[in-house]
Design a protein around this ligand. Structure first.
Ligand code: G6Q
Length: 544
């Protein structure tokens, strides 16, 4: 890494934005649109099957120029090249960051420590597809000869959220005869309720864990293992009812899973960026190899766009820069992601991890505390449900909430006029947020007195709208990659390491310490603060 010489906020490109903010912060979208009839077509862009309209953002041409100049000034082009070419950009863990290799459909060599990783990537993908076919066709039999009807992924965080999100999003493409489920929480309820109606003879568990040591996953895996062995009365049943996805062959062997049934991935794949690796095994089983590969193609198309398009016409770059504009200049604390598609109901949850685990950092690459805000709080729910819940605050609250609206032109379920109503709501919301409703329009409706103020909408709430023709594997891949790269862009600008997660590691250590104290025979020495000691004591006294 070339150490950044200047502090971000001292850079001339940053200062130019400070000045621009001062000049334009009061501009209203109403005026910006009125002054420029071409605004929406100029501020729109198509890439990898996605259409982005970013015209309802509080920017003018000069702001966009200055934002792009910031991307140039921080060396974004070089940073992209470094990541794509396998440089160890995850410096605190000494690792390359190569999720783009997992979906490198052009198969060009990608080197890590001088070695091309593509042959291994292709071999694992082939093995995954072959295995998925065996399960889907009924060729893979359980210990007592029954074909598999339930595929249950056991994993957490990056080993759960991506495949879960994608499986839900692509349900119309899945084999409905296969019951695909995901267990993540260490709460016994999750495993108990998931297997409740299942026949062990027809159930296959995919234990997905990069390290194969994560407490939640290993606890759930042990419970599932016991469930299978108790039902079959035979330890050797594990071989037909468990497969593993991991980077750690030793740990997998220790669990009793045959290495032949292990699907490998590599240190250079970060958990939250791993859904295109073997971590996607459950997903391939659910949607089939052909659809999984189409999804990889969608990822790849967005990867190429990101690597090649000039910044002023680069979707992840523009979305990243707009996020910086609101986060660092307008002091927006959060960013909402609002898909108008029920199948996308876990999309915000996946992005929450992707973004907040990547850019929720206050130490910069030089080890100093940053003096500016980094990653936003990401949240969201599918439309239209959110409209009847939290949109009130987006329209009339005191906080600015930039939002991404995501919609599809074709429905997966052509029923009556549902889809037109769904899309009408989405489009109407972005219009209302941008343009509001001035007091004079309220008065014209005959409203009087203080009610006028209550019924007035300031507008000027910024949104992006992303539209695609249809939610399919390709578009989902492109969409997910769009957000991955947006997060990357922002991390580069904030000068933080986006690919480590020391906060997650901390949680892993803390819980095991307290667990030992909870389960100790003798009352442990109460060495914590008074609150923690009190909670520990109370739980010890009352636990069954
Ligand atoms: C993701 C994080 C984290 C991780 C889980 C599960 O980027 O590192 O969410 O995916 O902690 O880890 P294992 O896959 O090792 O079980």
């Amino acid at each position: 890494m070339i150490a950044r010489k200047e502090k971000l906020t001292d850079m001339p490109a940053w200062q130019a934005l400070v000045e621009q903010y001062g000049k334009t912060k009061e501009s209203h979208l109403r005026d910006l649109f009125e002054q420029d009839p071409e605004r929406s077509s100029r501020m729109s862009l198509e890439a990898a099957g996605l259409f982005l309209d970013y015209s309802k953002n509080r920017v003018d041409d000069e702001t966009l120029l200055r934002l792009v100049a910031l991307a140039d000034a921080v060396g974004l082009r070089q940073a992209i090249e470094d990541m794509f070419s396998g440089k160890p950009v995850n410096e605190t863990e000494g690792r390359s960051v190569l999720h783009v290799a997992l979906r490198n459909r052009s198969n060009t060599p990608i080197l890590v420590n001088g070695e091309d990783v593509m042959p291994d990537v292709s071999a694992v993908l082939e093995k995954m597809c072959g295995f998925a076919e065996q399960v889907r066709s009924g060729e893979w039999k359980g210990h007592r000869g029954k074909p598999i009807r339930n595929v249950v992924n056991i994993g957490i965080g990056g080993s759960d959220l991506g495949p879960l999100m994608a499986y839900e999003a692509l349900k119309p493409y899945s084999d409905r005869n296969l019951n695909v489920r995901f267990i993540s929480n260490v709460d016994a309820t999750h495993v108990a309720e998931t297997v409740r109606e299942m026949d062990p003879d027809e159930t296959l568990f995919v234990i997905a864990s990069k390290t194969f040591t994560t407490q939640e996953t290993m606890t759930n895996a042990a419970t599932a293992r016991k469930w299978i062995v108790d039902a079959m009365g035979d330890e050797s049943a594990v071989a037909r009812h468990f497969v593993a996805v991991s980077t750690s062959a030793n740990e997998v062997r220790a669990f009793g899973i045959d290495e032949a049934n292990m699907f490998e991935f590599w240190e250079w794949v970060g958990g939250r960026y791993s859904m295109c690796s073997a971590i996607g095994l459950t997903l391939v089983a659910g949607i089939g190899p052909e659809n999984f590969i189409k999804m990889l193609e969608g990822f790849h198309a967005m990867d190429r766009h990101f690597a090649e398009a000039p910044f002023e016409a680069n979707m992840p770059v523009l979305m990243g820069l707009l996020g910086i504009w609101y986060n660092n200049f307008f002091d927006a604390q959060t960013h909402a992601v609002l898909p108008y598609d029920q199948y996308m109901h876990r999309f915000a949850a996946h992005l929450q991890q992707l973004d907040m685990e990547s850019n929720g950092k206050y130490i910069d690459k030089q080890g100093d505390r940053v003096s500016y805000h980094t990653g936003p709080i990401i949240w969201g729910e599918p439309g239209t449900n959110g409209q009847h819940a939290f949109y009130q605050l987006i329209h009339q609250g005191t906080k600015m909430i930039p939002a991404d609206f995501i919609g599809f032109c074709e429905s997966q379920n052509q029923l009556g006029d549902h889809h037109d109503k769904l899309m009408a709501n989405m489009i109407a919301q972005t219009e209302a947020l941008a343009f509001g409703k001035p007091a004079k329009d309220v008065e014209a409706e005959g409203v009087t007195g203080t009610l006028i103020a209550h019924k007035t909408f300031e507008g000027n709430r910024p949104t992006n709208t992303i539209m695609a023709d249809r939610l399919n594997p390709f578009t989902l891949g492109a969409l997910t990659a769009l957000y991955e790269h947006k997060v990357f862009v922002q991390g580069v600008i904030w000068n933080i390491f986006s690919f480590d997660q020391w906060g997650v590691q901390l949680g892993k250590v803390l819980a095991s310490k307290i667990l030992a104290e909870i389960t100790a025979e003798q009352e442990p020495a109460m060495i914590h603060d008074s609150s923690t000691n009190q909670l520990l004591k109370r739980y010890r006294a009352k636990r069954k």
